[in-house]
Design a binder for this molecule. Structure first.
Ligand code: CP
Ligand code: NVA
Length: 336
């Protein structure tokens, strides 16, 4: 089957077929290999890409910039609150202006519906660099990393996501697992499980791809036989700071620590995190949370302990590197 993705926007993985997602992953592997062997070809020469960040970023911004430079493209970074967007100019007008100047736009922001508006009016491809609902380039990097760390075919791999399973990263992993035919379980208290309609949609896709999609609040059941245990921050960007206490109360048993990791019963289990992670007190927020709540709950790291984060099982920096190769693949498949 011919894969043709030219000029499509990359807003969420639900918009792409299993074959198309696999194509992104294969292209990522090829581009990664070419870069390592110093054989990369600059296939995006002369392309101009706008990078809009309404929320802060390290990995996503740097991956988009380096991917563009590696491929000979140019970028303009538009920092949170450094443009007229939203304050003096509507999203619809901004989209029409940028669409006249750029070949593509990356957008990190709040509601998914905003990126849909941007794509509709810009009339050039728009790449989702994270919204409240989805983080699709992250899921691609994660599945590339999973394939590099597993000898099993994807339909035999079990990915267990534990923690705030209602957030953007969990949603994208849920959909990516369903599309690719993997076994995915979201382990979270009822209040922080993925939205039911999204789970239903994932299960419908799973019935066609052979994936297994489950949601549970039972930690031992969920973690049993996991090959990969994944967590993310408990309060995402854009959520109010005052929900930290509530989240810690809800999620403290769902921390990835050596006791929980052992519940997988798998000596080769790997730990994953999209990063940034609160795994010790070496960040301003990590220290603040520790001072405010951690002492009360007996926590040092928050969603993951320092011990697990720094262990042999941790593959978090492979994930971070793979952001570059997968974002480059998305740009290439769509802009070349
Ligand atoms: N994982 C991720 O998206 O990281 P940044 O927020 O640093 O871009
Ligand atoms: N769920 C996190 C992911 C950060 C990459 C957030 O949205 O803040």
């Amino acid at each position: 089957m011919k894969i043709e993705m030219k000029n499509r926007s990359f807003l969420k993985l639900l918009d792409f077929s299993r074959q198309e997602i696999n194509y992104f992953l294969t292209l990522s592997e090829e581009l990664k290999k070419a870069k390592k062997q110093n054989k990369e070809m600059k296939r995006l020469k002369g392309k101009n890409i706008a990078l809009i960040f309404e929320k802060t970023s390290t990995r996503t911004r740097c991956a988009f910039e380096v991917a563009a430079y590696d491929q000979g493209a140019n970028v303009t970074y538009i920092a949170p609150s450094s443009s007229q967007m939203s304050k003096k100019e509507s999203l619809k007008d901004t989209a029409r202006v940028l669409g006249r100047l750029y070949d593509a736009i990356e957008y990190r922001g709040f509601e998914q519906k905003k990126i849909e508006i941007l794509a509709k009016y810009a009339k050039v491809p728009v790449f989702n660099g994270l919204t409240n609902e989805f983080h699709p380039t992250q899921a691609l990097a994660d599945f590339l990393t999973i394939s590099e760390h597993s000898d099993k075919p994807i339909n035999k791999v079990k990915l267990a996501y534990i923690g705030d399973a209602a957030n953007n990263v969990a949603n994208s992993l849920l959909i990516c697992s369903a599309k690719l035919g993997a076994n995915f379980v979201a382990i979270a208290p009822k209040e922080l499980q993925p939205d039911k309609p999204l789970v239903k949609e994932a299960q419908k896709i799973a019935s066609e791809t052979g994936a297994n999609i489950a949601v549970t609040d039972n930690i031992p059941d969920g973690l049993k036989n996991a090959d990969f245990v994944y967590t993310d921050i408990w309060v995402s960007m854009g959520e109010p700071e005052n929900i930290w206490e509530k989240r810690i109360k809800l999620l403290k048993d769902y921390q990835v620590n050596s006791i929980n990791l052992k519940l997988a019963g798998n000596p080769n289990v790997k730990f994953m995190h999209c990063l940034p992670a609160y795994h010790n007190r070496q960040t301003e927020i990590g220290e603040k949370i520790y001072q405010k709540f951690g002492q009360k709950f007996g926590m040092d790291g928050i969603e993951v302990t320092e011990e697990v984060f720094e262990s042999e099982a941790s593959i978090v920096f492979d994930q971070a590197e793979n952001r570059l190769h997968t974002i480059k693949a998305v740009m290439n498949a769509i802009l070349r």
